[in-house]
Design a protein around this ligand. Structure first.
Ligand SMILES: [Cu+2]
Length: 330
């Protein structure tokens, strides 16, 4: 390794000396140097990642069996607070939800032994979601900056796969006025501390929400809500990583007529496109979670977009193209 570095240094020095007399060639030689360095580094990088779509992991299939009818439930959410269009004169925004519909035993709750359980995904603006486990306990967002915001909610399973039935998803817009938030710090939830403490390998959660505001979101327009993946994946949880999202909007093509919401074709004119680490774009043509295996250790980015039949982004306040970073630890 030492001799390799020395070699690169000498080559770089030689290249630099060679071009020192010619200013026009400086850029070209700088690039050459960069190439040499990159070539030397190839061996130290992880092997190229080759992701393949795999079936729902057996561990989850087993859990579904244990859960009985729950996965055929059609939970619906009503947002009691904040009301759509509300103005909140505080940086603390209280959230109150009620759950109804055909629940078949579905109840958000955290098992204190495993740290897992059914929960609601709560998304401020277009930040990574926060988990809301117990609807009987208060949930609040703190340090929310002045301005317009959105909150999105939908029920989720212990392994973070969302329910996709009609009215499972809700979105409200609200405005914070003179809230006095510290804009140098992210918004948090009152449950954040507890969630971080319970952040075992079995419940890969994310980090603090960043300071953010809503874009010009129109709930009636096609809207893609990024849900998973997020956070850190370790060991067995990193073997197959789930991509999951919500589709909403008034267009018939995006409506979900399947009571179980698992196998709804997205179809023309909209498609969901994803790419990992800026690589090849792939399409998800049914509205359902997919699992990908073959992840290499380290940080990865996942970009999820709603596009039209020509592959152009369908804009909706900037929410229809979301890139998240995850960390994979073997
Ligand atoms: Cu979740």
């Amino acid at each position: 390794m030492k001799s390799a570095k020395l070699f690169i240094f000498l080559v770089a020095l030689a290249a630099f000396s060679a071009c020192a007399t010619s200013t026009t060639n400086t850029n070209a030689n700088t690039n050459n140097n960069a190439n040499l360095t990159n070539t030397a580094n190839v061996n130290t990088k992880p092997t190229a990642q080759n992701l393949t779509e795999v079936p729902r992991p057996q561990k989850i299939q087993d859990e579904m069996t244990t859960r009985g009818e729950q996965d055929n439930a059609a939970p619906t959410i009503t947002v009691v607070e904040p009301k759509n269009g509300a103005t909140v004169n505080s940086s603390v925004v209280k959230v109150k939800l009620t759950l109804a519909g055909d629940l078949k035993g579905y109840k958000p709750t955290k098992d204190m032994t495993t740290g897992m359980g059914n929960h609601i995904h709560v998304i401020l603006d277009n930040q990574p979601y926060e988990a809301y486990y117990n609807l009987d306990q208060e949930f609040e967002l703190r340090n929310v900056s002045d301005g317009e915001h959105t909150l999105r909610f939908f029920p989720s399973r212990p392994w973070h796969e969302s329910y996709k039935n009609a009215n499972a998803f809700q979105m409200v817009k609200f405005t914070v006025r003179n809230g006095g938030a510290d804009t140098t710090k992210p918004a948090t939830t009152n449950a954040n501390q507890a969630m971080s403490n319970a952040n075992t390998s079995a419940t890969p959660e994310g980090k603090d929400m960043q300071s953010s505001t809503a874009g010009a979101i129109d709930a009636a327009k096609p809207l893609l809500t990024y849900s998973r993946p997020k956070g850190e994946y370790k060991g067995a949880d990193a073997e197959a990583i789930m991509i999951d999202f919500w589709l909403s909007g008034n267009q018939p093509v995006l409506q979900n007529d399947d009571p179980n919401g698992q196998l709804v074709a997205i179809g023309s004119p909209f498609r969901v496109r994803y790419s990992v680490d800026g690589g090849e774009a792939k399409f998800i043509d049914k509205w359902q979670a997919i699992w990908l295996s073959g992840w290499t250790e380290g940080k990865h980015t996942i970009k999820l977009e709603l596009v039209d039949k020509d592959g152009n982004l369908v804009d909706n306040g900037g929410y229809n193209s979301t890139t998240r970073e995850i960390t994979v630890t073997k």
